[in-house]
Write a protein that binds this ligand. Structure first.
Ligand code: NAD
Length: 277
């Protein structure tokens, strides 16, 4: 039986389902099936990006699912090469054409790419798209506080959400505190540590105690700390497993054990301050 997933409020008055399906590295020709499986399992939130090359599959899966468009929250992201005012507006049109949507729920700047220094102009394009009603909410990904502060200072518009690498081995406490202080939602990418965390003995022990899987324990941890979470799988069994996290709770001992897994060098992906691609 599928359950309705909880949503988190965004500072622009909208809300986002706390759990979604990520589709990075999902092959274009497998995306529609994965999206359909997720929607059948109760997901109402899909996370894609222009660079993933599978926006068309997301739209196809949504249309084939029988679930009404308005019930599903769709995110896509502007790729680095398209940053800048006019190029962002063009890239948005291209994404919307591939998705087959009139209105997008959430548009994110994928990386700040500070060495190119175009993210403020890009953000001005995002503000314009929102004022035109083409996108409901606007946010960022892989931004550090200094980048977000600059957006706010120069445009007066604050992102609703920052999508960042976050999992028990890289818990991002400082950035989560900054988000909380500023009313910005935290969204976790690679929430399962790209699968690596599922072999951790401590996570396995907690899973055994609750009669749940390691993936479910890690995703439940994200839900309890207040993250929006977007695990990726193409396997329908795992897609359903990853959403079956709303019928149990971690206790204080579990939370303390997971807190211990945090590592200063626990990052898997690039450092946003230096990443230039
Ligand atoms: P993830 O942490 O979601 O791990 C995915 C991998 O874990 C899968 O390939 C699969 O092998 C394994 N897995 C998933 N469910 C499992 C289960 N129940 N049991 C066992 N193994 C399981 O990693 P991810 O795909 O890197 O991140 C999730 C999503 O985050 C992406 O698909 C994408 O949407 C987003 N993302 C965004 C950025 C960004 O820069 N904004 C970067 C990376 C990922």
């Amino acid at each position: 039986m599928t359950q309705q997933h909880p949503s988190l409020a965004l500072h622009d008055g909208r809300s986002i389902p706390q759990l979604g399906l990520g589709v990075w590295r999902t092959p274009a020709d497998a995306t529609a099936q994965a999206v359909k499986a997720a929607l059948a399992a109760g997901y109402r939130h899909i996370d894609t990006a222009a660079i993933y090359g599978n926006e068309a599959g997301v739209g196809e899966g949504l249309r084939a699912s029988g679930v009404a468009r308005e019930e599903v929250f769709i995110t896509t992201k502007l790729w680095n090469a398209e940053q800048g005012l006019d190029s962002t507006l063009r890239a948005f049109d291209a994404s919307m054409q591939l998705l087959g949507l009139d209105v997008l729920d959430l548009y994110l700047i994928h990386w700040p790419n500070p060495s190119r220094d175009l993210y403020v102009d890009t953000w001005r394009a995002f503000v314009r798209l929102q004022s035109e009603g083409r996108v409901r909410s606007i946010g960022v990904s892989n931004f550090e506080p200094e980048h977000i502060d600059r957006l706010v200072q120069e445009t007066g518009a604050k992102p609703v959400l920052n999508q960042i690498e976050l999992h028990p081995r890289f818990q991002q406490r400082r950035l989560r505190e900054y988000h909380a202080a500023n009313g910005i939602a935290t969204q976790a990418w690679s929430p399962l540590g790209q699968g690596q965390l599922l072999e951790d003995a401590g996570i396995k022990a907690i899973a055994a105690r609750h009669g749940k899987t390691p993936a479910q324990v890690v995703l439940r941890w994200h839900i309890e700390v207040g993250n929006v979470v977007i695990p990726k799988s193409v396997n329908p069994g795992r897609i359903a497993e990853n959403a079956d996290v709303f019928d149990f709770a971690l206790d204080a001992q579990d939370m303390a054990a997971i807190a211990q897994l945090d590592q200063a060098e626990g990052r898997i992906g690039p450092n946003p301050l230096t990443a230039a691609f």
